[in-house]
Design a protein around this ligand. Structure first.
Ligand code: AMP
Ligand code: MG
Length: 324
């Protein structure tokens, strides 16, 4: 029996309809922030599974590392590591080791023990520690107080009063993990964002992905649009979590040396090879300020920076050049 052309056309349409190449897009609220996924899949079902896998991975990392969740392994460390070595997943031990390396590289500007004082700020409730509370807590801020045994996969604090918080690096880490998963599913064009941290693989409709950097005082205004392919980008800003009081801004990026919000810049954007790196560095350069921050970026070589100074001036690292 010969099939008519119309029947063949109908069968083909049906077959292609179930496995249609298309873009898949999803947004969700996880890790206390906005998650956005956009990816291209040759097979529609694979695309949907990849989107679900990204969101699932974000939830998994959050459950492991959130300091809001008392049952998370990170919270277990904060509750018990001053008395005993706390057993954790190797993955968490490794990220804490990575954070310590960044502390060393940045002369302590990045320091997950900032939380020893940082936990006394509540930006929603507009409360902050007194000078006496800051002075009492400062001694507990030092990344060297955190002792990780990678073989035993345990974490211990060398003294009491220490708290850690991976908020400066965990979102970038989760983005990298998510990108790894979609790549293993054969996806070659994707963008995954968690709050201010994004990683991009491939291009978008044959063109670069465009990521906008917002004006620190106006979410509707963009100060720069950056075309990106196969890269990561993170922005840290003093407008993310904050309250204003007496002409001062109290925000969530804390100078470990003072226990107070870092004040020299409004935002820092880092472009680099992976999102764990760009996330950690955007927080670090924010604390270091424009001069020492740009020095570090130039020294590293494989990253670029866009810094909005407190007076509004925008500075670019040499890899981006000064636009006209
Ligand atoms: P980001 O938006 O990536 O700059 O991350 C800001 C978050 O990093 C804060 O909400 C804190 O959880 C954490 N953080 C604040 N100050 C520091 C610091 N000096 N070193 C490491 N993490 C920090
Ligand atoms: Mg960061």
């Amino acid at each position: 029996m010969r099939l008519s052309r119309t029947v063949i056309f109908l069968l083909l349409t049906l077959a292609l309809g179930t496995a249609r190449a298309d873009w898949h897009h999803r947004e969700a609220a996880i890790m206390g922030t906005r998650i956005a996924v956009e990816l291209w899949a040759d097979d529609g079902a694979v695309g949907e599974r990849a989107v679900e896998a990204v969101l699932g991975e974000m939830r998994r990392v959050d459950a492991l590392m959130s300091h809001y969740k008392p049952e998370s392994q990170l919270s277990q460390i904060n509750q018990r590591a001053d008395r005993e070595a706390v057993k954790v997943d190797p993955e968490l031990a490794q990220l804490i080791i990575r954070a310590a390396r960044l502390s060393e590289l940045t002369g302590g500007a990045f320091d997950i023990t900032y939380a020893s004082v940082g936990h006394l700020y509540d930006y929603r409730a507009h409360t902050r520690p007194t000078d006496a509370e800051i002075a009492a807590g400062l001694g507990a801020i030092d990344w060297r107080h955190v002792i990780v045994d990678p073989q035993a996969s345990t974490v211990r604090f060398s003294r009491t009063g220490v708290r850690i918080d991976l908020g400066g690096i965990a979102k970038g880490y989760a983005v990298d993990r998510a990108i790894g998963i979609v790549q293993s599913m054969g996806i070659a064009h994707a963008s995954v964002t968690a709050g201010g941290d994004s990683r991009i693989i491939g291009d978008r409709f044959g063109r670069p992905w465009i990521v906008g950097i917002r004006h620190p005082d106006d979410p509707g205004r963009v100060i720069a649009r950056i075309p990106l392919v196969d890269t990561s980008i993170s922005t840290s800003g003093d407008y993310e979590r904050y309250f204003d009081e007496g002409g001062e801004r109290y925000h969530h990026i804390i100078d470990p040396g003072t226990g107070r919000s870092a004040g020299e810049v409004r935002s820092v954007t880092i472009i680099g090879p992976d999102a764990t790196t760009t996330d950690g560095l955007s927080t670090s350069v924010f604390v270091l300020g424009p001069q020492r921050g740009l020095e570090l970026v130039e020294k590293l070589g494989d990253v670029d920076a866009i810094i909005v100074r407190r007076d509004g001036k925008v500075l670019y690292s040499s890899g981006l050049g000064e636009p006209p």
